[in-house]
Design a protein around this ligand. Structure first.
Ligand code: PMP
Length: 385
């Protein structure tokens, strides 16, 4: 809970967050881009009449019959524009966030012939904490959580989740399992967008997951998509979405299609707009935040933060670093990182939740401006005891 101060100009604070309030930096809510969409104003407004979008069905000619054709078109268009994934001759499946498509891909990739022997799902630590959570909640007979991919050496089939750039630590990843057993891969490319990392190649993996939540920041619409090579896998994923939620909200699909279309139009000059283009804006914002944040962390001498390599970005045509949407901090003192931040009234997510040490913590870099500025201020004021 962040207590907001009065917006009265006579208020003594330089921002709207009280110095003693709790900063919630533990969630991955990408609110930082709100200011961009505010300034776009009516360009992204969608009006839906009471009689529209009533049917379950969107396109009976597509195996993903609940996907609106206009959403499919803009997904292909934005990948073509950014150059971050191959979509030609691939199958697209839409889901309620990429979270649902992660489950759909586990369902589609688990071997059916050995139902009493669940396939192990692994990811290199530190891994995105929700993979383990959702697998444990589902308690399936088809798959089970197999923990850190880097130490997986069982001679049993496995599914490896490759998250690149990675949540929580922002590193660029490749598969790491070293086993003779048959393995399948899920590439979670939620953050493979130019504001977070240089676009070095067109990803062309068997199952790739993307999300509207991280691409433009619209997490509340709950739209994700999978790009899949094998039609049988894609069909099973669509069957999963059909069985678990009978498709995906058409209101959300319409909004996503509109907003992604506006991003593409900006670049393709279909409409003249005075405003900065989305990826330029979002990259500048994330980069500026990282620069401030690094300076504060270095001043504190309590925490250290990962340094990222530079690479040429084919989209922006410049050399740049990765600027992840989370900072993965290591507490260099004897203390546990989460407890240390707690004393500063900063809520973070504990390293253990990602399969790492308690010295590590994850903090969000994409909160609202006032919260982020207060976070940086508090970090820069701490000194090792
Ligand atoms: N994958 C990764 C790596 C994520 O960080 C997140 C969200 N934090 C998701 C998937 C889930 O995204 P969605 O909102 O599309 O369910």
């Amino acid at each position: 809970v962040v207590a907001k101060a009065s917006s009265s100009p006579s208020h003594p604070l330089t921002n709207n967050v009280f110095p003693c309030s709790i900063i919630d930096a533990q969630k991955g809510d990408p609110l930082a881009f709100e200011s961009y969409w505010k300034q776009m104003n009516d360009e992204c407004t969608v009006v839906i009449k009471g009689w529209e979008l009533m049917s379950y069905y969107s396109d009976l000619s597509n195996m993903c019959w609940f996907m609106l054709p206009e959403l499919k078109d803009v997904i292909e268009r934005i990948h073509h524009l950014v150059g971050n994934a191959v979509t030609k001759d691939r199958y697209i499946v839409v889901g309620n966030g990429s979270s649902q498509l992660f489950q759909a891909s586990l369902f589609a990739l688990s071997p059916l012939d050995v139902p009493d022997h669940p396939v192990n799902v692994v990811a290199a630590a530190p891994y995105y904490s929700e993979y383990k959570n959702v697998i444990n909640i589902l308690n399936s007979r088809m798959f089970q959580w197999g923990d850190d991919a880097a130490v997986y050496d069982k001679n049993e089939p496995y599914i490896e989740v490759v998250t690149s750039p990675n949540n929580p630590d922002g590193t660029l990843r490749e598969p790491v399992v070293n086993s003779v057993a048959e393995g399948k891969l899920i590439h979670d490319l939620a953050y493979y967008w130019p504001q977070f990392t240089p676009i070095t190649h067109e990803a062309d993996d068997d199952v790739m997951l993307f999300t509207f939540s991280k691409c433009t920041g619209h997490a509340g619409s709950r739209i994700g998509w999978a790009i899949v090579k094998d039609i049988e896998v894609a069909k099973k994923m669509a069957t999963f979405v059909q069985s678990s939620s009978m498709g995906v909200s058409k209101e959300s699909q319409t909004r996503a299609a509109k907003i992604i279309g506006v991003v593409c139009d900006g670049y393709q000059n279909f409409k003249s707009s005075e405003s900065e283009l989305f990826f330029e804006y979002s990259k500048r914002l994330v980069k500026e935040r990282w620069e401030k944040f690094r300076e504060a962390v270095e001043q504190s001498m309590v925490f250290t933060v990962t340094k990222y390599p530079k690479a040429y970005c084919n989209f922006t045509n410049e050399i740049s670093e990765t600027y992840p949407s989370f900072a993965w901090l290591k507490c260099e003192g004897n203390e546990d990182g989460h407890n240390y931040l707690r004393k500063l009234n900063i809520c973070s997510r504990e390293g253990e939740r990602f399969g790492a040490d308690s010295k590590f913590v994850r903090v969000s870099m994409l909160g609202m401006d006032d919260d982020f500025n207060e976070l940086v201020k508090r970090l820069s004021n701490v000194k090792i005891e």
